[in-house]
Design a binder for this molecule. Structure first.
Ligand code: PLP
Length: 380
Protein backbone atom coordinates (compact mmCIF):
# COMPACT_ATOMS: atom_id res chain seq x y z
CA UNK A 1 0.00 0.00 0.00
CA UNK A 2 1.34 3.40 -0.97
CA UNK A 3 1.87 5.93 1.76
CA UNK A 4 0.48 8.99 0.03
CA UNK A 5 1.76 12.24 1.53
CA UNK A 6 1.39 14.45 -1.55
CA UNK A 7 -1.97 16.03 -0.79
CA UNK A 8 -0.96 19.47 -2.08
CA UNK A 9 -0.65 17.85 -5.52
CA UNK A 10 -4.06 16.26 -5.30
CA UNK A 11 -6.29 14.47 -2.81
CA UNK A 12 -8.20 11.20 -2.91
CA UNK A 13 -11.85 11.51 -3.86
CA UNK A 14 -13.93 11.31 -0.68
CA UNK A 15 -16.33 8.31 -0.88
CA UNK A 16 -19.22 10.62 0.11
CA UNK A 17 -18.31 12.86 -2.84
CA UNK A 18 -18.33 9.91 -5.23
CA UNK A 19 -21.72 8.86 -3.91
CA UNK A 20 -23.11 12.37 -4.45
CA UNK A 21 -21.76 12.43 -8.01
CA UNK A 22 -22.91 9.02 -9.24
CA UNK A 23 -26.57 9.88 -9.91
CA UNK A 24 -25.42 12.79 -12.11
CA UNK A 25 -23.18 10.49 -14.14
CA UNK A 26 -26.00 8.00 -14.63
CA UNK A 27 -29.71 8.75 -14.30
CA UNK A 28 -29.68 12.57 -14.12
CA UNK A 29 -28.00 13.20 -17.45
CA UNK A 30 -30.17 16.12 -18.55
CA UNK A 31 -28.59 19.23 -20.00
CA UNK A 32 -28.99 21.99 -17.37
CA UNK A 33 -29.91 24.42 -20.16
CA UNK A 34 -32.92 22.30 -21.21
CA UNK A 35 -36.24 23.37 -19.80
CA UNK A 36 -37.75 19.87 -19.56
CA UNK A 37 -37.76 17.93 -16.28
CA UNK A 38 -34.37 16.14 -16.68
CA UNK A 39 -32.80 19.49 -17.57
CA UNK A 40 -34.37 21.16 -14.58
CA UNK A 41 -33.07 18.42 -12.27
CA UNK A 42 -29.53 19.13 -13.48
CA UNK A 43 -30.05 22.91 -13.19
CA UNK A 44 -31.29 22.58 -9.61
CA UNK A 45 -28.22 20.49 -8.75
CA UNK A 46 -25.95 23.25 -10.10
CA UNK A 47 -27.89 25.97 -8.27
CA UNK A 48 -27.55 24.07 -4.99
CA UNK A 49 -23.88 23.39 -5.64
CA UNK A 50 -23.25 27.08 -6.32
CA UNK A 51 -24.73 27.97 -2.93
CA UNK A 52 -22.64 25.32 -1.17
CA UNK A 53 -19.31 26.29 -2.74
CA UNK A 54 -19.99 30.01 -2.25
CA UNK A 55 -20.79 29.33 1.40
CA UNK A 56 -17.42 27.65 1.93
CA UNK A 57 -15.68 30.99 1.28
CA UNK A 58 -18.43 33.31 2.59
CA UNK A 59 -19.36 34.56 -0.89
CA UNK A 60 -22.76 35.08 -2.54
CA UNK A 61 -23.73 32.34 -5.02
CA UNK A 62 -24.07 34.88 -7.84
CA UNK A 63 -20.38 35.73 -7.38
CA UNK A 64 -19.25 32.26 -8.46
CA UNK A 65 -18.21 31.22 -11.98
CA UNK A 66 -17.62 27.48 -12.29
CA UNK A 67 -14.48 26.66 -14.28
CA UNK A 68 -12.48 23.58 -15.22
CA UNK A 69 -10.23 24.08 -12.18
CA UNK A 70 -7.78 26.41 -10.49
CA UNK A 71 -5.73 26.88 -13.65
CA UNK A 72 -8.71 28.15 -15.63
CA UNK A 73 -9.86 30.36 -12.75
CA UNK A 74 -6.40 31.98 -12.56
CA UNK A 75 -6.22 32.38 -16.34
CA UNK A 76 -9.73 33.79 -16.44
CA UNK A 77 -8.92 36.39 -13.78
CA UNK A 78 -5.73 37.63 -15.41
CA UNK A 79 -6.58 37.26 -19.08
CA UNK A 80 -10.05 38.68 -18.78
CA UNK A 81 -8.80 41.79 -17.02
CA UNK A 82 -5.81 42.14 -19.34
CA UNK A 83 -7.99 42.12 -22.43
CA UNK A 84 -10.18 44.77 -20.84
CA UNK A 85 -7.92 47.50 -19.63
CA UNK A 86 -5.45 46.11 -17.09
CA UNK A 87 -2.10 47.59 -18.07
CA UNK A 88 0.15 46.76 -15.13
CA UNK A 89 0.35 43.51 -13.21
CA UNK A 90 1.92 43.26 -9.79
CA UNK A 91 2.29 39.54 -9.12
CA UNK A 92 4.16 37.73 -6.35
CA UNK A 93 7.23 35.84 -7.52
CA UNK A 94 5.98 32.60 -5.91
CA UNK A 95 2.61 32.35 -7.68
CA UNK A 96 1.52 29.11 -9.33
CA UNK A 97 2.48 28.96 -13.03
CA UNK A 98 -1.19 29.40 -13.93
CA UNK A 99 -0.86 32.98 -12.62
CA UNK A 100 2.74 33.70 -13.58
CA UNK A 101 2.51 32.39 -17.13
CA UNK A 102 -0.54 34.44 -18.23
CA UNK A 103 1.12 37.50 -16.66
CA UNK A 104 4.31 36.78 -18.62
CA UNK A 105 2.33 36.32 -21.84
CA UNK A 106 0.87 39.80 -21.38
CA UNK A 107 4.27 41.20 -20.53
CA UNK A 108 5.56 39.84 -23.84
CA UNK A 109 2.75 41.76 -25.56
CA UNK A 110 3.77 45.01 -23.90
CA UNK A 111 1.89 44.97 -20.59
CA UNK A 112 3.98 45.88 -17.56
CA UNK A 113 4.75 43.13 -15.03
CA UNK A 114 6.30 43.70 -11.63
CA UNK A 115 7.19 40.65 -9.52
CA UNK A 116 6.80 41.09 -5.78
CA UNK A 117 9.86 39.55 -4.07
CA UNK A 118 9.65 37.18 -1.11
CA UNK A 119 11.83 36.87 1.98
CA UNK A 120 13.96 33.79 2.68
CA UNK A 121 11.08 32.44 4.74
CA UNK A 122 8.90 32.37 1.62
CA UNK A 123 6.65 35.22 2.66
CA UNK A 124 5.83 38.06 0.28
CA UNK A 125 7.86 41.11 1.23
CA UNK A 126 5.15 43.49 2.40
CA UNK A 127 7.29 46.63 2.16
CA UNK A 128 8.16 45.88 -1.45
CA UNK A 129 4.51 45.11 -2.26
CA UNK A 130 3.30 48.32 -0.62
CA UNK A 131 5.89 50.30 -2.55
CA UNK A 132 4.66 48.73 -5.80
CA UNK A 133 1.09 49.61 -4.86
CA UNK A 134 2.13 53.27 -4.72
CA UNK A 135 2.79 53.01 -8.47
CA UNK A 136 -0.86 52.02 -8.87
CA UNK A 137 -0.74 48.77 -10.84
CA UNK A 138 -4.11 47.81 -12.24
CA UNK A 139 -4.07 44.31 -10.79
CA UNK A 140 -2.27 42.71 -7.87
CA UNK A 141 -2.19 38.93 -7.53
CA UNK A 142 -0.93 37.33 -4.32
CA UNK A 143 -1.80 33.76 -3.34
CA UNK A 144 -3.26 32.94 0.08
CA UNK A 145 -0.82 30.12 0.75
CA UNK A 146 2.00 28.70 -1.29
CA UNK A 147 1.72 25.14 -2.60
CA UNK A 148 5.41 24.28 -2.16
CA UNK A 149 6.30 25.82 1.20
CA UNK A 150 2.81 26.06 2.71
CA UNK A 151 3.63 29.62 3.78
CA UNK A 152 0.50 31.70 4.42
CA UNK A 153 0.90 35.09 2.76
CA UNK A 154 0.17 38.51 4.34
CA UNK A 155 -2.74 38.93 1.98
CA UNK A 156 -5.39 40.63 4.07
CA UNK A 157 -3.31 43.71 4.85
CA UNK A 158 -2.10 43.99 1.25
CA UNK A 159 -5.59 43.54 -0.17
CA UNK A 160 -7.05 46.29 1.99
CA UNK A 161 -4.23 48.66 1.11
CA UNK A 162 -4.60 47.81 -2.57
CA UNK A 163 -8.33 48.47 -2.46
CA UNK A 164 -7.71 51.90 -0.95
CA UNK A 165 -5.46 52.64 -3.93
CA UNK A 166 -8.09 51.46 -6.41
CA UNK A 167 -6.06 48.36 -7.36
CA UNK A 168 -7.95 45.18 -8.29
CA UNK A 169 -6.82 42.25 -6.12
CA UNK A 170 -6.82 38.59 -7.14
CA UNK A 171 -5.89 35.72 -4.87
CA UNK A 172 -5.25 32.09 -5.66
CA UNK A 173 -6.83 30.36 -2.66
CA UNK A 174 -6.49 26.85 -4.13
CA UNK A 175 -4.19 25.55 -1.37
CA UNK A 176 -5.68 27.52 1.50
CA UNK A 177 -9.29 26.42 1.17
CA UNK A 178 -10.15 23.44 3.35
CA UNK A 179 -7.00 23.89 5.44
CA UNK A 180 -7.47 27.34 6.99
CA UNK A 181 -10.56 29.60 7.22
CA UNK A 182 -11.11 31.57 4.00
CA UNK A 183 -13.55 34.48 3.84
CA UNK A 184 -13.84 36.22 0.49
CA UNK A 185 -15.40 39.42 1.84
CA UNK A 186 -13.28 39.75 4.97
CA UNK A 187 -10.11 39.38 2.91
CA UNK A 188 -11.07 42.34 0.79
CA UNK A 189 -10.10 40.74 -2.51
CA UNK A 190 -11.99 41.19 -5.79
CA UNK A 191 -11.22 37.78 -7.29
CA UNK A 192 -10.48 34.38 -5.77
CA UNK A 193 -9.57 31.09 -7.48
CA UNK A 194 -10.67 27.72 -6.10
CA UNK A 195 -10.09 24.11 -7.10
CA UNK A 196 -12.06 21.01 -6.15
CA UNK A 197 -9.41 18.30 -6.29
CA UNK A 198 -7.38 19.80 -3.46
CA UNK A 199 -10.30 19.30 -1.07
CA UNK A 200 -11.19 15.64 -1.84
CA UNK A 201 -13.45 16.58 -4.75
CA UNK A 202 -13.10 15.53 -8.40
CA UNK A 203 -10.45 16.89 -10.73
CA UNK A 204 -11.32 19.24 -13.58
CA UNK A 205 -13.63 21.60 -11.72
CA UNK A 206 -13.04 24.82 -9.83
CA UNK A 207 -14.39 28.33 -9.58
CA UNK A 208 -13.56 31.99 -9.80
CA UNK A 209 -15.27 34.14 -7.18
CA UNK A 210 -15.84 37.68 -8.44
CA UNK A 211 -16.70 40.86 -6.56
CA UNK A 212 -20.16 42.08 -7.59
CA UNK A 213 -18.77 45.45 -8.61
CA UNK A 214 -16.32 43.90 -11.04
CA UNK A 215 -17.14 43.06 -14.61
CA UNK A 216 -15.35 39.91 -15.79
CA UNK A 217 -15.65 39.65 -19.55
CA UNK A 218 -15.71 36.03 -20.78
CA UNK A 219 -12.86 34.19 -22.44
CA UNK A 220 -15.12 31.39 -23.67
CA UNK A 221 -18.03 32.42 -25.86
CA UNK A 222 -20.93 30.27 -26.95
CA UNK A 223 -24.21 29.40 -25.28
CA UNK A 224 -23.94 32.05 -22.58
CA UNK A 225 -23.58 29.65 -19.65
CA UNK A 226 -22.64 30.95 -16.20
CA UNK A 227 -24.62 34.11 -16.99
CA UNK A 228 -22.54 34.67 -20.09
CA UNK A 229 -19.26 34.64 -18.18
CA UNK A 230 -18.08 31.14 -19.17
CA UNK A 231 -19.81 29.30 -21.97
CA UNK A 232 -19.84 25.52 -22.22
CA UNK A 233 -22.29 22.89 -21.01
CA UNK A 234 -21.66 22.48 -17.30
CA UNK A 235 -19.89 19.39 -15.94
CA UNK A 236 -22.84 18.66 -13.66
CA UNK A 237 -21.46 15.61 -11.83
CA UNK A 238 -18.12 17.33 -11.15
CA UNK A 239 -19.86 20.48 -9.91
CA UNK A 240 -22.06 18.37 -7.60
CA UNK A 241 -18.92 16.59 -6.33
CA UNK A 242 -17.15 19.91 -5.77
CA UNK A 243 -20.11 21.07 -3.70
CA UNK A 244 -20.17 17.92 -1.58
CA UNK A 245 -16.42 18.28 -1.00
CA UNK A 246 -16.99 21.94 -0.05
CA UNK A 247 -19.75 21.00 2.40
CA UNK A 248 -17.51 18.45 4.12
CA UNK A 249 -14.52 20.81 4.10
CA UNK A 250 -16.62 23.47 5.80
CA UNK A 251 -18.10 21.09 8.39
CA UNK A 252 -14.78 19.45 9.21
CA UNK A 253 -12.34 22.34 8.80
CA UNK A 254 -11.35 22.60 12.45
CA UNK A 255 -11.07 18.86 12.97
CA UNK A 256 -9.08 18.29 9.76
CA UNK A 257 -6.67 21.11 10.35
CA UNK A 258 -6.05 20.11 13.99
CA UNK A 259 -5.40 16.53 12.87
CA UNK A 260 -2.96 17.58 10.14
CA UNK A 261 -1.23 20.09 12.41
CA UNK A 262 -0.66 17.40 15.04
CA UNK A 263 0.99 15.26 12.35
CA UNK A 264 3.07 18.20 11.14
CA UNK A 265 4.30 18.88 14.68
CA UNK A 266 5.12 15.19 15.17
CA UNK A 267 6.98 15.04 11.86
CA UNK A 268 8.96 18.21 12.47
CA UNK A 269 9.93 17.18 15.99
CA UNK A 270 11.28 13.89 14.63
CA UNK A 271 13.03 15.49 11.65
CA UNK A 272 14.69 18.04 13.92
CA UNK A 273 16.51 15.18 15.67
CA UNK A 274 18.07 14.01 12.38
CA UNK A 275 21.43 15.30 11.20
CA UNK A 276 21.41 16.89 7.77
CA UNK A 277 17.69 17.68 7.50
CA UNK A 278 16.57 21.32 7.19
CA UNK A 279 12.96 22.39 7.54
CA UNK A 280 12.40 25.25 5.14
CA UNK A 281 10.46 28.31 6.35
CA UNK A 282 10.11 26.61 9.73
CA UNK A 283 9.41 29.84 11.59
CA UNK A 284 6.87 31.13 9.05
CA UNK A 285 3.12 30.83 9.47
CA UNK A 286 2.31 27.79 7.35
CA UNK A 287 -0.58 25.58 6.32
CA UNK A 288 -1.20 22.89 8.93
CA UNK A 289 -0.43 20.09 6.47
CA UNK A 290 2.72 21.18 4.63
CA UNK A 291 6.39 20.56 5.46
CA UNK A 292 9.15 21.38 2.99
CA UNK A 293 12.54 19.95 3.88
CA UNK A 294 16.00 19.90 2.33
CA UNK A 295 18.56 17.15 2.68
CA UNK A 296 21.73 18.72 1.29
CA UNK A 297 23.90 16.31 -0.61
CA UNK A 298 21.08 14.37 -2.27
CA UNK A 299 19.24 15.69 -5.34
CA UNK A 300 15.50 16.20 -4.83
CA UNK A 301 14.59 13.80 -7.64
CA UNK A 302 16.86 11.10 -6.19
CA UNK A 303 15.17 11.54 -2.82
CA UNK A 304 11.78 11.33 -4.48
CA UNK A 305 12.58 8.16 -6.43
CA UNK A 306 14.25 6.48 -3.44
CA UNK A 307 11.16 7.10 -1.33
CA UNK A 308 8.89 6.02 -4.17
CA UNK A 309 10.75 2.71 -4.27
CA UNK A 310 9.82 2.34 -0.58
CA UNK A 311 6.16 3.00 -1.40
CA UNK A 312 6.11 6.61 -0.16
CA UNK A 313 4.69 9.27 -2.52
CA UNK A 314 5.97 12.82 -1.96
CA UNK A 315 6.95 15.79 -4.14
CA UNK A 316 10.29 17.39 -4.79
CA UNK A 317 10.86 21.10 -5.26
CA UNK A 318 13.02 20.56 -8.28
CA UNK A 319 12.47 19.02 -11.66
CA UNK A 320 14.89 17.34 -14.00
CA UNK A 321 15.93 19.66 -16.82
CA UNK A 322 18.56 18.51 -19.33
CA UNK A 323 19.94 15.88 -16.98
CA UNK A 324 20.33 18.36 -14.13
CA UNK A 325 17.79 19.13 -11.45
CA UNK A 326 16.48 22.65 -11.65
CA UNK A 327 15.00 24.16 -8.48
CA UNK A 328 11.48 25.55 -8.69
CA UNK A 329 10.86 29.27 -9.17
CA UNK A 330 9.55 29.38 -5.59
CA UNK A 331 12.83 28.13 -4.10
CA UNK A 332 14.77 30.44 -6.40
CA UNK A 333 12.66 33.43 -5.34
CA UNK A 334 13.42 32.65 -1.68
CA UNK A 335 17.17 33.02 -2.33
CA UNK A 336 18.01 29.92 -0.33
CA UNK A 337 21.51 28.47 -0.21
CA UNK A 338 22.39 26.60 -3.37
CA UNK A 339 22.95 23.35 -1.47
CA UNK A 340 19.40 23.50 -0.12
CA UNK A 341 17.43 24.31 -3.26
CA UNK A 342 18.54 21.20 -5.15
CA UNK A 343 17.60 18.77 -2.42
CA UNK A 344 14.06 19.52 -1.31
CA UNK A 345 11.15 17.24 -0.52
CA UNK A 346 7.59 18.28 0.22
CA UNK A 347 5.48 16.27 2.63
CA UNK A 348 1.82 17.30 2.52
CA UNK A 349 -0.56 15.52 4.87
CA UNK A 350 -4.22 14.92 4.14
CA UNK A 351 -7.27 14.54 6.34
CA UNK A 352 -6.82 10.76 6.48
CA UNK A 353 -3.04 10.66 7.01
CA UNK A 354 -1.96 8.69 10.07
CA UNK A 355 0.76 8.77 12.72
CA UNK A 356 2.04 5.45 11.38
CA UNK A 357 2.49 7.05 7.93
CA UNK A 358 4.24 10.01 9.51
CA UNK A 359 6.60 7.69 11.41
CA UNK A 360 7.26 5.61 8.29
CA UNK A 361 8.34 8.68 6.35
CA UNK A 362 10.65 9.75 9.18
CA UNK A 363 12.25 6.27 9.25
CA UNK A 364 12.75 6.35 5.47
CA UNK A 365 14.27 9.84 5.55
CA UNK A 366 16.56 8.80 8.41
CA UNK A 367 17.83 5.92 6.32
CA UNK A 368 18.46 8.25 3.37
CA UNK A 369 20.37 10.77 5.46
CA UNK A 370 22.52 8.00 6.97
CA UNK A 371 23.29 6.67 3.50
CA UNK A 372 24.19 10.13 2.29
CA UNK A 373 26.51 10.69 5.26
CA UNK A 374 28.21 7.34 4.66
CA UNK A 375 28.68 8.20 1.00
CA UNK A 376 30.11 11.61 1.92
CA UNK A 377 32.62 10.01 4.30
CA UNK A 378 33.66 7.47 1.63
CA UNK A 379 34.14 10.34 -0.83
CA UNK A 380 36.51 11.98 1.62
C1 PLP B 1 -1.64 27.21 -5.75
C2 PLP B 1 -2.26 26.50 -6.92
N1 PLP B 1 -2.95 27.19 -7.83
C3 PLP B 1 -3.51 26.62 -8.90
C4 PLP B 1 -3.42 25.26 -9.09
C5 PLP B 1 -4.06 24.67 -10.31
O1 PLP B 1 -5.29 24.07 -9.98
P1 PLP B 1 -5.90 22.95 -10.95
O2 PLP B 1 -5.07 21.73 -10.78
O3 PLP B 1 -7.31 22.78 -10.44
O4 PLP B 1 -5.89 23.49 -12.33
C6 PLP B 1 -2.71 24.49 -8.18
C7 PLP B 1 -2.55 23.03 -8.39
O5 PLP B 1 -1.52 22.45 -8.13
C8 PLP B 1 -2.12 25.12 -7.05
O6 PLP B 1 -1.42 24.43 -6.14
Amino acid sequence: MTIYLDNNATTALDPAVLEAMLPYLAEHYGNPSSIHTPGRVARTAIDNAREQVADLVGAHPTQLIFTSGGTEANNLALNSLATHGVATFCVSAIEHPSVLEPARQWQAKGWKLELVPVDTNGSVNEDAALEMLQRQPTLMSVMMANNETGVIQPLSNLAHRAREQGVIVHTDAVQAVGKIPVDFNALGVHLMSLSSHKIYGPKGVGALVVDKALDIPPLLFGGGHEKGRRSGTENVAAIVGFAKAAELAQQQLEQRSQHMLALRIRLEAALNTLDGVHIIAESAQRLPNTVLIAIPGIEGETLLMSLDAKGIALSSGSACASGDTEPSHVLRAMNLDEELVHSTLRISFGKDSTQAECDAVVAAIKELTQMSQQMASVAW
